[in-house]
Design a protein around this ligand. Structure first.
Ligand SMILES: C[S@@+](CC[C@H](N)C(=O)[O-])C[C@H]1O[C@@H](n2cnc3c(N)ncnc32)[C@H](O)[C@@H]1O
Length: 281
């Protein structure tokens, strides 16, 4: 690219910030206008008012495949296959869609099935073949049934999930409920109780998202319950460092994937993953 003498002198002069202001303003305004357009479309298209669901951008899905492949030591092509498998699971989508459509909260529910980061959870379960998965924070049960679908495909394994809210778990219906144990209560009591201690935890999904102190307490409570080689995933790693600090204390690895929601104003959350230490040169 050629610059003429005037633009060159301007770029190197003390007036450069003033000259750049319209361009900078235009960049920021275009970005914010894009978000405003998406927000307006979403206000008409969606009825959700909390725990938003969305699909992920295609390139973001490819990043997710590499993330799961790296954290589990699985070939990326196999992980891409797991992501395809869950997206093409018509029975799972039909069961979730039908349950959402008759939910008592259907007035603020979209009867459309969008998994977001839970596609990654599915791929973790398929790649690791855990016998025992624990999820803290059930909410409606979307992550629980996605996990159960992967366990059913694996042919073995169960998931235990806990939530404070006594309305949680409405999506936990047949056939997925056969491999899900849903408990109502506080996650710390649950981790101290018999359900979570039934056998070593192979995969822990930390998703109460309450406070960093609570997440730290969950990780500390779960540490003696983990199987050797267990993988721990936490959603809130994008806003506090509890999982990465725990991983360092436990001499484990840590990686983070951030969601890029498609056609949504919401900036997304993510998956923090802690897995056993790699052998380093
Ligand atoms: C982000 S949502 C969970 C989403 C769910 N895992 C999914 O895949 O859709 C967080 C949930 O954690 C629950 N929660 C918050 N604090 C909790 C606690 N101390 N013990 C148990 N559940 C808690 C909330 O009631 C809420 O339903």
């Amino acid at each position: 690219m050629k610059h003429n003498a005037l633009t060159r002198r301007l770029a190197e002069s003390p007036l450069a910030p003033v000259a750049a202001l319209p361009v900078r303003f235009g960049d920021a305004a275009r970005h914010n206008a894009r978000i405003a357009r998406r927000s307006a479309a979403w206000l008409f298209r969606s009825r959700e008012h909390v725990h938003y669901t969305y699909d992920l951008e295609p390139l973001n899905l490819e990043h997710l495949a590499w993330f799961v492949a790296t954290a589990t030591g699985t070939g990326v092509d196999a992980v891409r296959g797991y992501l395809r498998e869950v997206k093409e699971d018509d029975r799972l989508a039909a069961v979730i869609g039908a349950t959402l459509a008759r939910s008592p909260r259907r007035a603020t529910t979209d009867p459309v099935v969008r998994y977001g980061r839970r596609l990654g959870w599915y791929a973790f379960v398929r790649a690791l073949r855990p016998e025992f998965v624990v999820e803290t924070g059930t909410n409606r049960g979307l992550g629980s049934v996605v996990t159960a679908a992967a366990l059913l495909r694996n042919g073995s394994g169960t998931v235990a999930t806990v939530d404070l809210d006594d309305r949680a778990g409405e999506l936990i219906v047949p056939p997925y409920d056969a491999v899900i144990e849903h408990v109502t209560g506080d996650s710390l009591d649950f981790l101290a109780g018999p359900v979570a201690r039934r056998r070593p935890i192979d995969l822990l999904l930390v998703d109460t998202g309450h406070t960093p102190e609570h997440e730290r307490a969950e990780l500390d409570a779960a540490t003696p319950l983990l199987a050797p080689g267990a993988v721990v995933l936490a959603t809130k790693s994008y806003c506090w460092p509890e999982l990465q600090r725990w991983a360092e204390r436990q001499q484990r690895e840590f990686l983070y994937f951030h969601e890029k929601p498609r056609d949504h104003w919401y900036p997304g959350v993510g998956i923090g993953a802690s897995f056993p230490a790699l052998v380093r040169a």
